[in-house]
Write a protein that binds this ligand. Structure first.
Ligand SMILES: [Fe+2]
Ligand SMILES: [Fe+2]
Length: 258
């Protein structure tokens, strides 16, 4: 599957890179934001995809320079290839300050480590050639140090694992397809997202943004204001994580033969 242009303007592009075969690994989305002569890659993925994503990223850059590699959290499908990205570009890596010291365990050396910038727990902005991208806290959704990026030009909120779907080849979903699509999101969210309180706090925060698209790291992008509004309502009411532990914390059925 080829790349998808989620938003295009003279100085600004948002590109969803092609899907590559991750073998037994969960399929992942890599997103690129290009503004002027600079670009940010979001959640670059692990070593299995590195060469394919690197080639696709270079094609999509169309001469722009990769200046930022953003990691929403510390999982291997996000950061396992970060060392490679920083070795062959002069981009700055970004990840929660809670996770920065864990990255060297993936094999990054001191020179690369010094170029990984810790993101503070609260909101901040990152400058992309004059475009102020908003970095928002999304802690416990699902990692305890977790961030999202809001692009105010394209009005796209990049949500990492939140809003992810599994078991679909669809790359973009709109309102008419949403009911069926929510069934592909529910199991993942109930088990991977940490708590309903975190979800509700996040929904309350992002309702203050003007959002055209929710762009997760797995599965389909959710496009259109109606779609976004309905997904936020769904998340606001979804029981998940520690709030449904009684479904998980059960003893095995007693054996008939003691
Ligand atoms: Fe994750
Ligand atoms: Fe993920």
């Amino acid at each position: 599957m080829s790349e998808i242009a989620l938003y295009t303007a003279p100085k600004h592009r948002n590109v969803l890179l092609p899907v590559f075969d991750a073998g037994a690994g969960i399929p992942c989305n890599q997103h690129l934001i290009v503004h002027g002569g600079s670009a940010m890659l979001l959640d670059p993925g692990g070593k299995k995809l590195y060469q394919d994503v690197f080639a696709a990223c270079n094609r999509a850059l169309r001469g722009a320079r990769l200046t930022a590699v953003f990691c929403s959290h510390q999982d291997p499908d996000v950061v396992a290839a970060l060392n490679g990205w920083l070795m062959v570009t002069d981009a700055t890596g970004y990840i929660s300050e809670l996770w920065r010291r864990f990255i060297p365990h993936f094999g990054s050396d001191r020179l690369v480590y010094d170029r990984i910038t810790p993101l503070p727990d609260g909101p901040t902005t990152l400058d992309l050639d004059g475009c102020a991208l908003l970095v928002l806290p999304a802690h416990f959704l699902h990692a305890c140090g977790n961030h999202h990026v809001y692009d105010p030009v394209a009005k796209i909120l990049y949500t990492g694992d939140l809003c992810a779907s599994v078991g679909t080849d669809d790359r973009v979903i709109e309102a008419g397809e949403l009911d069926a699509h929510l069934t592909r999101m529910e199991g993942f969210h109930r088990r991977y997202m940490s708590s309903s309180a975190a979800l509700r706090a996040w929904v309350a925060m992002v309702r203050g943004l003007d959002i055209e698209m929710l762009a997760p790291q797995h599965g389909a992008v959710l496009r259109g204001r109606d779609t976004v509004a309905r997904v936020l309502d769904w998340l606001d009411a979804l029981p998940c994580g520690i709030d449904v532990l009684r479904e998980v914390f059960t003893l095995p059925a007693p054996s008939k033969d003691p």
